[in-house]
Ligand binder design. Structure first.
Ligand code: ACO
Length: 152
């Protein structure tokens, strides 16, 4: 899977050798703590749904999801390294994840996002996700989450 014409970047499935880079990006970008074991568990749950964005051998972003039900996908984590944001990388990962979902017979995708994460909410709205409910005290610091959802 090439990221774009003349672009030395690739989207590919996660490999074990990506572990440190994924843990690093997750913990610099997201407010919850994500340990090595959790990422390893996610990698075996649904390997098709764990994609990384690689630029000349450097991992700069990733998305990992699961099947919430046989027909619904769920994005668990999506993050892009700070200095690589607003270049379309998050969008490319999201679109590719949704393609993988469609190939697996999935008809809709959901996710949870902190209600104060304006950048991510804006990003998902741009990709036609809508807020469908609020989960009170969802995160370990007691912050609330929005559930966002879209049909594929
Ligand atoms: N402010 C406003 N709009 C934004 C922003 C922002 N900071 N970031 C993205 N968008 C919108 C814009 O419309 C943008 O298009 P434009 O740049 O042409 O205006 C569009 O989303 C697509 O942006 P991308 O460049 O594809 O997105 P990016 O590579 O920057 O990744 C992401 C977006 C993943 C949300 C990134 O900001 C990030 O890693 N944030 C920290 C981690 C995070 O919060 N992840 C989501 C948590 S929820 C979950 O994982 C289920």
């Amino acid at each position: 899977m090439q990221a774009g014409k003349n672009d030395p970047a690739t989207i590919r499935e996660y490999m074990n050798s990506d572990l440190d880079a994924v843990v690093g990006i997750a913990n610099r970008s997201l407010t919850e703590y994500y340990g090595v074991e959790l990422i390893q568990d996610l990698a075996v749950q649904w390997p098709d749904g764990f994609l990384v964005y690689d630029v000349l051998g450097t991992l700069v972003g990733f998305v990992v999801g699961t099947k919430y039900s046989p027909t619904e996908g769920r994005i668990l984590l999506l993050a892009v390294k700070d200095e690589f944001r607003r270049r379309g990388i998050g969008g490319t990962l999201l679109r590719e994840f949704m393609e993988v979902c469609k190939l697996n017979g999935i008809m809709s995708v959901r996710l949870e996002v902190r209600t104060d994460n304006r950048e991510a909410i804006r990003f998902y709205k741009d990709y036609s996700f809508s807020v469908i409910s609020t989960l009170k005290r969802y995160y370990t610091d007691s912050s609330d989450a929005y559930v966002m959802w879209r049909m594929l």
